[in-house]
Design a binder for this molecule. Structure first.
Ligand code: SR1
Ligand code: MG
Length: 401
């Protein structure tokens, strides 16, 4: 058995030994199964099952490059950031993230609660499944993790310590490139525009100077506003779900940035689900998505206001006009960031199954153009999006164009 005292990338046999050596419920296990189940772009994820007791755990290990492409050479310390984010989020939003059993900084891995009885939300949405508790759960998660890591609530020195702890330059660079830069310029060789939409992308993204200015503002806002501890990659592939539970996973992109980035990612990924539902004429499903878009933003607003009154410690924040100003800025950021996520997942390196699996191709092209039209509206007119209903109206308008 390897000693696990020096980092190496484990295979399934190593992971079995690792769990036996480190997790007491597996210590004497004779009959262990281990499967690599990761489908993300960066890391390796193993499900380890003790067949005699039915105990199971997840082991997640960071490699030295991203799975999606060797071009991304990354420090394996990202696993520590992810695990520490999950530990903090667990205290702020209990029940909404997996429980961590072990963080191993040498092996750049963690062991956590097995959530494989749940489904990845994006996979379920592509089958037009709906989730009645999603809006409640995601808004509980976002209000608690975002507001309660901001200067509104935290002692400012403690908050600065956390900002330092969660400095995450490599993963932030990926977002700065893939979300804020490459989708809007055609000189980067990582974009992939679906044949048939080249001219549309040229006009609406690559040659759109007015859009470029707003994107630049959003990029600098992302890099320079350490407002809250973000999940940093809060899309529907980072959520496990069923009819009762919702669990947010994979915060390896966590860092202190503008709250609107997380909220905007959720809104954009619901829009991808809507666009797919629309392409397949799934009326009941698209209506559920519309209600959810509506509820996510409006519940966030209501709960955030309530939590502010309960948790704010900053003296100057105990002022209702300031609170309103703060919320208006979050909603404006949310719209802009949602627009960026919509654009980058259509033309950039990391796409989404909701759209890429739409057939026939004409319908995919149409859904992509719809997403890009909504993206443009969100980025250029973020002040027009202060309610969930404004997103639904934008979708319906873009559908008519
Ligand atoms: C190189 S990583 C590509 C994308 O996958 C992650 O989930 C993030 O969304 C990132 O932008
Ligand atoms: Mg991920």
């Amino acid at each position: 058995m390897p000693s696990f005292e020096q980092y190496f990338l484990m295979n399934t046999d190593h992971v079995k030994d690792y769990v036996k050596a480190n997790i007491h419920t597996f210590k004497n296990a004779q009959n262990i199964t281990c499967l690599e189940i990761g489908d993300g772009n960066l890391n390796y994820v193993y499900r380890v099952l003790n067949n005699d007791t039915n105990d199971s755990v997840i082991v997640k290990q960071a490699g030295t490059t991203a799975r999606i492409s060797d071009e991304f050479v990354l420090s394996t310390t990202r696993n520590k950031i992810e695990t520490e984010a999950l530990i903090l989020q667990h205290t702020l939003a209990p029940g909404l993230v997996p429980e961590i059993y072990l963080l191993d900084e040498t092996m750049s891995c963690c062991v956590m609660e097995d959530l494989s009885h749940l489904t990845i939300m994006r996979t379920a949405l592509t089958k037009f499944e709906t989730f009645p508790n999603f809006a409640e759960h995601i808004t509980d998660f976002m209000v608690n993790t975002l507001l309660r890591t901001s200067d509104v609530v935290l002692n400012h020195k403690d908050k600065k310590e956390l900002v330092r702890k969660f400095i995450n330059p490599e993963l932030c660079e990926i977002s700065e490139d893939l979300v804020f830069t490459e989708p809007f310029h055609n000189q980067f060789n990582r974009n992939e525009v679906t044949p048939g939409n080249e001219q549309f992308v040229q006009t609406h993204l690559y040659s759109n100077e007015e859009l470029h200015v707003e994107v630049a503002k959003l990029k600098f806002h992302f890099m320079n506003n350490s407002q809250s501890l973000l999940h940093g990659d809060l899309h529907t592939g980072s959520i496990f779900i069923d009819q009762n539970d919702t669990k947010m996973i994979d915060p390896e992109f966590a860092f202190f940035g503008p709250m609107g980035y997380d909220i905007g990612n959720i809104m954009a990924n619901l829009i991808f689900a809507w666009a797919r539902g629309d392409a397949y004429e799934q009326k009941e499903f698209t209506e559920w998505v519309e209600h959810t878009l509506f509820d996510v933003l409006d519940l966030f607003d209501t709960k955030f206001n309530k939590a502010w009154d309960e948790y704010a410690t900053e003296v100057v924040a105990k002022n209702s006009d300031f609170k309103q100003h703060y919320m208006q800025n979050i909603l404006k950021d949310t719209a802009g960031m949602a627009g960026l996520e919509l654009a980058r997942r259509i033309v950039g390196l990391a796409k989404v199954k909701d759209i890429t699996t739409i057939e026939p191709i004409e319908n995919r092209l149409k859904a992509e153009r719809l997403c890009l039209r909504v993206a443009q509206t969100l980025i250029l007119n973020p002040h027009d999006f202060s309610h969930g209903g404004d997103y639904v109206t934008a979708l319906q308008n873009a559908r008519q164009e």
